[in-house]
Design a protein around this ligand. Structure first.
Ligand SMILES: Cc1ncc(COP(=O)(O)O)c(C=O)c1O
Length: 437
C-alpha cells in the first residue's frame, strides 16, 4: 500500500501532478470537511470537486448497509447501459425523470462527462435543424452553427472546444469551428445586491450581435447555447429578461435553446435547475457534475421532427450510456437531497454567505460584485494578482475555493453546509482579505 506521504511523488513519476498538495482521505473526510491523509489537517470544502460533489463526504445515508451492498453489486459490473438494461438503471431513470427533470421534458439521454453531455445536446440540435431545413440527406450539415457567448465554458471535447473561450491555454492550437460568438451581458452587483451597471445597454449590445449573427447565418443557427450563469468564465449572472429574450430568438429563428447546466444544475442553486428561477424554458438542458451521470433532457419542440435522435436508433449513443455506479449513487443523492430538503438548506446558506460577504465588502473593502445563489457564490477582487494571492491565503487558512474568470473567486459549497460552517468560512475569508494580507 502506498503511504499517503508518497502519493504525490508516486504520481509525479508517471503523470502531470499539478493539483492540490494534500491527499484526499476518503474514509476520514466528513460532511463539508476534507481530511488530508498526509497531514491529518482538515479543509472546509467550498470547492466540492469542481461543484460535482453534492452532499459532502460520508453522508450517513451513503453508509447504510443496503445501499452499500447495492453499490457493491453494480461496482462489480459495468454493463453497456445504452442497450443492456437493469433494475438499478430503471429505478434511477424513473427517480431522475420524475423528481429532478421538470414537467414537460419527456426525453433523456445519459453519458459520462459534462463536455459530452453538451456535445450531445449540440448533436440533438444539428440533427433537428438539418431535418427542419431539408438537408438531412446531404453532407451540408457543415453549414450549421451554434450561437454562443463570450466567456463561455462548455468543456474541452471536439465540438465544445469551438465554444469554450475562457482561458486561452484550454483551447489554443486545437482545430475549431468558427461559430458565432456574441457579447455576454453580465450583471455587476452593488453592495446591496442591486444592479450597478447599465444592464440594458449591455443587453442591447448582446442583442445587436445576436441579430447580426442570425443575419450572417440565415436559417443555419441550429441552437443558441448558454450557461444560465457562466461559472468558469466569471460567475456571470444574467437578467431573466435576457434569458427570455433568447427564448424568443430561438423561437423566431427555428433554433433550439440549450441551457448548459453542467455546473449550475442538480440542486446547486437551491432549485433543481437554475433556469427555473427565470422561468425561461429551454428545449434542451445539458447536465453533469453533481448529477454524477451526465446527459441531456429535452422538451416537446424536438418532436417537431418526428424522426429525431430520441426516436431513431444510434444517432447519439455510447458504449456505457452513462455509468451504472454513477446511476445508483445519483439515485441515492436524489433521495438524500429531497428527503432532507437540502435544496432549501443550500438556498438559505447561500443567502447567509452572500450577506456576510456584502458586509465584508462594505466594512473592509477590497472585494466587490458579491453574487450568487445557493451553493454558487462569488466575488471580485481588484486585480488578477490580488485574486491569485487571496486564493492562496484561503488555502493556507484551510478553506478551498476556485478561481473564476480573470479576477473573481467562486465558492461551490456542499448542499449539507451548516450555518456554523458559513460563519467559520466568513471568519477565514475575512482573515484572507487583501486588507489583512
Ligand atoms: C458549464 C460547464 N459545461 C461543461 C463542462 C464540462 O464538464 P466536464 O469537465 O465534466 O467534461 C463544465 C466543467 O466545468 C462546465 O462548468
Amino acid at each position: 500500500m502506498i503511504d499517503a506521504k508518497h502519493v504525490h511523488e508516486t504520481l509525479r513519476r508517471y503523470q502531470l501532478t499539478d493539483g492540490y498538495p494534500f491527499v484526499l482521505d476518503l474514509e476520514r473526510s466528513h460532511g463539508s470537511w476534507l481530511h488530508d491523509a498526509a497531514t491529518g489537517e482538515e479543509y472546509l470544502d467550498f470547492f466540492t470537486c469542481f461543484a460535482s460533489w453534492p452532499v459532502g463526504y460520508n453522508h450517513p445515508a451513503m453508509l447504510e448497509p443496503e445501499f452499500r451492498s447495492e453499490l457493491d453489486l453494480v461496482a462489480r459490473h459495468k454493463p453497456a447501459s445504452s442497450d443492456l438494461y437493469t433494475r438499478q438503471m430503471a429505478e434511477f431513470v424513473q427517480a431522475f425523470a420524475t423528481r429532478v427533470t421538470p414537467e414537460g421534458f419527456p426525453h433523456h439521454f445519459w453519458i459520462s462527462g459534462g463536455a459530452l453531455a453538451v456535445e450531445n445536446a449540440l448533436k440533438i440540435a444539428f440533427d433537428w435543424k438539418a431535418h427542419k431545413i431539408g438537408i438531412e440527406n446531404s453532407d451540408d450539415g457543415n453549414a450549421l452553427v451554434i450561437l454562443h457567448f463570450r466567456q463561455a465554458f462548455h468543456g474541452r471535447s471536439g465540438y465544445t472546444l469551438s465554444l469554450t473561450n475562457t482561458v486561452p491555454d484550454k483551447i489554443a492550437l486545437f482545430p475549431k469551428f468558427d461559430w458565432p460568438r456574441v457579447h455576454n451581458p453580465a450583471i455587476v452587483f452593488d453592495q446591496d445586491g442591486g444592479i450597478a451597471n447599465d444592464i440594458e445597454a449591455e443587453e442591447a449590445r448582446a442583442c445587436a450581435e445576436i441579430e447580426a449573427a442570425l443575419a450572417k447565418y440565415p436559417n443555419r443557427v441550429a441552437a443558441i447555447l448558454l450557461e444560465p450563469m457562466q461559472g468558469e468564465g466569471g460567475d456571470n449572472h444574467f437578467r431573466p429578461e435576457f434569458l427570455h429574450k433568447l427564448r424568443e430568438y430561438a423561437d423566431q429563428n427555428e433554433a433550439l435553446l440549450i441551457w448548459d447546466e453542467v455546473q449550475t444544475g442538480f440542486f446547486g442553486s437551491g432549485k433543481a435547475w437554475l433556469w427555473q428561477y427565470s422561468g425561461a424554458r429551454p428545449d434542451v438542458v445539458a447536465f453533469g457534475k453533481k448529477s454524477q451521470v451526465c446527459g441531456c433532457y429535452a422538451g416537446p419542440r424536438v418532436d417537431e421532427v418526428p424522426d429525431n435522435v430520441f426516436v431513431r436508433s444510434s444517432r447519439i449513443n455510447s458504449t456505457w450510456g452513462g455509468n451504472l455506479v454513477d446511476m445508483v449513487r445519483s439515485h441515492k443523492f436524489i433521495d438524500i437531497i429531497l428527503g432532507e430538503k437540502l435544496d432549501e438548506n443550500i438556498a438559505a446558506r447561500g443567502e447567509e454567505l452572500i450577506a456576510g460577504l456584502r458586509g465584508l465588502a462594505r466594512e473592509k473593502g477590497g472585494l466587490s460584485n458579491v453574487r450568487g445563489v445557493g451553493s454558487l457564490v462569488a466575488f471580485t477582487l481588484e486585480s488578477p494578482a490580488a485574486r491569485d494571492a487571496m486564493l492562496k491565503r484561503l488555502q493556507e487558512r484551510k478553506i478551498l475555493a476556485l478561481a473564476s474568470g480573470e479576477q473573481a473567486i467562486r465558492f461551490r459549497m456542499p448542499l449539507v453546509v451548516t450555518s456554523e460552517e458559513i460563519a467559520t468560512a466568513l471568519e477565514r475569508i475575512e482573515e484572507a482579505l487583501p486588507v489583512n494580507a
